[in-house]
Design a protein around this ligand. Structure first.
Ligand code: PLP
Length: 563
């Protein structure tokens, strides 16, 4: 069990209120419509988050005023950058020093905020509540991530501006319950930039056709667009050939494809499959079904109290009967980054194949399937700023071609008689029927967008934002972070003493903040921590410190109300 509970004495009410006010002040978007939020909020149904109901526009009105569309997220931090009074402030010198190796070169104000915010929280040394004295100190122990290469060079040329990036996503200008939407449900799905929306629209306006099998112009355009998207995926994950990229519906379908094709074909009774305790149901159920059907044994690698895979226990599970190791690169429930290279290498040494679930990693860190050396890698387009209904199964080319297809039909055949069918090689071998052409093209546009920002830039920015959010959340009395691995990405699962997770979700929703509450389709790992559900904010590169401030301020207010 995780004993890492924040059980320090609670700061007094006045201090909590002061902190909450300060966070609200900093998160204040200043959209300049006084009173509108209050009026709008009164008309809102009592709750939407966690209730399964949608926040019906009919009840709370359309908050977009055509004369004042309130696009973007004006933010004090942003304005502060250009303010000479702050730039010259001696308080800023530590922050300015940090600019040399921190992402926010264009936006140092948040560093000041972090220090200011943390300094407002009463320190209770007796109970072990340790607050960083300076920003330098606050960041000294930020873990180094193996996937960030040439860190100094990268950061010295930093130009990442999350506020500008946010404006590329039309939905992030929406209002919810009269408040600007703060999207912190990125582990469930990511929002789409205008570029992706436009690309799909362009496809339907100028290219739409079935592919691969017609002589006319539009068939050629659609085929080119689809195959071009395949090449973009290939380059994005550094696969050796576009033939290794199979378009599927998403991660779930990719895993099921491997289970129902390769698994059915090659696994024998008594064979063993290893997964980890961290897995999403999508990487448990297909193997369980296969195990039941074929008499296989499913073995589970345990995790420690921080949610980190126990490698020595894993090594003990490997043996000559192990035929497959299937695991996630990032846990969707805890955010743990697993030591993928090591797990894969050990599996291969034991003669097992490896499937790596990249659903939660692909948008947060560089993917290099050749360096990882997994036999299959799966991800979903909608979690990497692309459309729903499209995803990717990468497989080593020889392996794909040695595997019988799982679905039969058009597109995947070379020749059909009533006696016999000859199949194509990969990728079309596994793409029976008419695929999701438009959304594959949309995924290609999403990859272009991510490439434009630079995946290493994204990883670095998010790493810092996660650190910032973690430090602030730790200051909320009664909040227990679930998943405290040294290496994490995006996810901040927690529970808040005195409230059900749904109550927290509903309260956040009232402030326009979208988070997930529930079991996150990963019941086994939550039960490992004695829980059936958590509240799960999850970050993406368009989130800002102001988003985090609003989240924490709302939680502090909730806590204060219980005192
Ligand atoms: N694996 C992980 C780690 C996930 O987080 C998810 C979705 O949340 C999935 C698999 C399933 O993805 P999809 O529902 O897009 O198929």
């Amino acid at each position: 069990m995780n004993t890492n509970i924040n059980n320090t004495a609670l700061p007094d009410e006045a201090a909590l209120e002061k902190l909450a006010n300060e966070l609200f002040r900093q998160a204040d978007t200043g959209n300049g419509i006084p009173g509108q939020e209050v009026v709008a909020q009164q008309a809102i149904p009592p709750s939407v988050a966690g209730s399964g109901q949608s926040p019906a526009g009919i009840l709370h009105g359309n908050n977009i005023n055509i004369d004042n569309p309130q696009t973007g997220f004006p933010d004090k931090n942003l304005q502060d950058i250009n303010s000479s009074s702050i730039a010259g402030d001696s308080l800023f010198s530590p922050a300015l020093r940090l600019k040399e190796y921190l992402p926010y070169e264009a936006d140092p104000a948040h560093l000041f905020n972090l220090q200011a915010i943390l300094s407002l929280i009463p320190v209770d040394n007796g109970m072990g509540l340790q607050l960083p004295g300076t920003v330098d100190h606050a960041l000294e122990d930020v873990p180094a991530y193996y996937f960030l290469e040439s860190k100094p060079a990268l950061v010295s040329s930093w130009g990442f501006d999350a506020y500008a990036v946010k404006k590329d996503f039309p939905i992030l200008s929406e209002h919810v319950n009269g408040k600007p939407l703060v999207w912190l449900d990125n582990a469930a799905t990511t929002q789409k930039p205008q570029q992706v929306i436009d690309r799909i629209s362009h496809y339907y306006q100028h290219e739409n056709s079935n592919i691969h099998r017609a002589a006319h112009e539009l068939a050629a355009r659609a085929t080119d667009a689809y195959e071009d998207a395949r090449k973009k995926v290939q380059t994005f994950i550094n696969a050796g050939s576009p033939n290794e990229i199979v378009f599927v519906r998403g991660t779930t379908e990719g895993i099921n494809l491997v289970a129902k094709s390769w698994g059915e074909q090659y696994l024998q009774p008594g064979d063993e499959i290893i997964i980890t305790h961290l897995e999403h149901h999508a990487n448990i159920v297909p193997w369980q079904q296969l195990a039941d059907k074929k008499g296989l044994k499913l073995r589970v690698v345990p995790v420690d109290d921080d949610g980190q895979v126990l490698l020595d226990e894993y090594a003990k599970l490997l043996n000559s009967k192990t035929k497959l190791v299937a695991f996630t690169q990032v846990s969707n429930a805890l955010g743990t980054i697993t030591p993928a290279h090591t797990i894969i290498e050990l599996a291969h040494q034991a003669g097992a194949k490896v499937l790596l679930d990249g659903a939660q990693s692909v948008s947060h860190m560089r993917t290099d399937v050749r360096s990882l050396n997994a036999d299959w890698f799966v991800f979903s387009g909608h979690k990497v700023f692309g459309p729903t209904g499209i995803g990717v199964l990468y497989g080593k080319e020889d392996l794909l071609n040695q595997t019988a297809p799982w679905q039969g039909g058009g597109n995947m055949i070379k020749d059909v008689t009533f006696e016999h069918t000859e199949y194509h090689n990969a990728p079309t071998r596994f793409e029976a029927g008419t695929g999701n052409i438009a959304d594959a093209v949309g995924l290609g546009a999403a990859i272009d967008y991510v490439n434009k920002l630079g995946i290493d830039n994204i990883a670095l920015y998010e790493h810092y934002l996660l650190e910032y959010a973690t430090r602030l959340l730790r200051q909320v009395p009664g909040l227990q972070l679930i998943g405290t691995a040294k290496e994490k990405a995006s996810v901040l699962s927690f529970t808040l003493q005195g409230y059900s997770n749904d109550q927290v979700g509903q309260a956040l929703n009232k402030e326009g903040i979208a988070v997930r509450t529930g079991h996150h389709c990963a019941q086994p790992i939550l039960r490992r921590f004695g829980l059936e559900s958590t509240v799960r904010p999850s970050l993406a590169f368009y989130n800002t410190c102001a988003d985090v401030d609003l989240l924490v301020a709302t939680l502090l207010q909730l806590r204060a109300a219980k005192r």
